[in-house]
Ligand binder design. Sequence first.
Ligand SMILES: Cc1cc2nc3c(=O)[nH]c(=O)nc-3n(C[C@H](O)[C@H](O)[C@H](O)COP(=O)(O)OP(=O)(O)OC[C@H]3O[C@@H](n4cnc5c(N)ncnc54)[C@H](O)[C@@H]3O)c2cc1C
Length: 429
Amino acid sequence: MPNTPYPSSYYAATANPAPARPELEEAKQADVCVIGAGYTGLSTALFLLEHGFSVVVLEAARVGFGASGRNGGQIVNSYSRDLDTIERSVGVGVEQARLIGTMAFEGGRIIRERVARHRIDCDLKDGGVFAAFNAKQMHHLESQKALWARYGHHELELLDEQGIRQVVACDRYIGGMLDRTGGHIHPLNLALGEAAAVESLGGVIHEQSPATRIERGANPVVHTASGSVTARYVVVAGNAYLGNLVPELAAKSMPCGTQVITTEPLGEELASQLLPQDYCVEDCNYLLDYYRLSADKRLIYGGGVVYGARDPADIEAIIRPKMLKTFPQLKDVKIDYAWTGNFLMTLSRLPQVGRIGDNIYYSQGCSGHGVTYTHVAGKVLAEALRGQAERFDAFASLPHYPFPGGQTLRVPLSALGAMYYSLRDRLGF
Ligand SMILES: Cc1cc2nc3c(=O)[nH]c(=O)nc-3n(C[C@H](O)[C@H](O)[C@H](O)COP(=O)(O)OP(=O)(O)OC[C@H]3O[C@@H](n4cnc5c(N)ncnc54)[C@H](O)[C@@H]3O)c2cc1C
């Protein structure tokens, strides 16, 4: 099978050299077969390999082909839903909420530790900012800071109007919050570095090898077009690109698209005017914008959500106006790259973690903020396979419901809901 190219993006154009991994063409055995070579699959594989498991990773296309190689590159702590929502969730006990809350800040540490240990060249920078447009959003950040402190996260600084001007040259914000343990990375190079780390520990990755069927049983068999892997455990990590391989998982989630553009290089001077501290920024709107500088001083700007993950015909036409609203000073700047990627939304906006039968484990659906969560998920899945399931059980206790309207109406109903929340953002209530 010819190698699927990465979709055209700034990341694909600046990817570190990586080998093309062979398609699976035989019947193999391993302790664990991981489906999907994004951060969830690679992180799981790494933690398992470090504990002596043999691991085969099957990737439908290329390492980091999905969201992990296309995202905004923002290391954002916590989840796509606030910790107090988790505390109030039906069926989640106090201890389980405490565990989930504490894990909210672990992913960034795992990424930094992996980057250092495996010398991954992925332009890691520290510092992330949440930017508020109105008093309601600012109060929310204040309460987040207090809430996160309860879970031991103290690296936060509230920014007033003057403070936020010093980190981002945009006069639309009234304040914000700096998370010193946030930050940014070149996402595809992080995935490629993690894949190399998997192989350095004896793991095997097959690209161009979509899993077509899982034969369930005491020793599940994962089939591809030309081969199979018989394993003690299967870890499903295909997220928004999984399709209907595991119907139980498809039923409770919805793939969504979000788009990113990248400018031509801005030069040191303009780049450091826009974002003087080189922090990444996301705003506090329901449909949020996120942006940062690349290592070669371009602006990488993303935003919006396409429910149901239809690819828009003209991405620049959607995202450039958003960028110019934030930075009108870029009106003459050319866009060099534009691309789309899919993440997986759940109704609660919280990840779905669990087990099907005795030996098929999964994590999916972090609903937008997944760079840190997926790294924790890998650790938690590996712990569960080693018989330490306390943290896995905490995530598995989160309640999940199907989208209202089922497969047919979930897209228009979600879009309607988003319109309502966007209107509230605009009116500031
Ligand atoms: C455009 C965009 C911007 C984002 N920005 C941010 C951000 O700045 N910060 C943040 O925290 N989060 C962000 N996210 C979310 C984050 O990128 C994801 O949550 C995270 O990368 C998901 O990782 P994953 O490994 O679970 O899934 P993916 O990275 O999507 O990996 C799944 C992999 O499984 C493979 N696969 C699927 N089915 C099969 C099969 N049957 N057989 C074999 N392989 C299969 C796919 O090819 C894919 O490579 C963004 C997402 C997108 C799309």
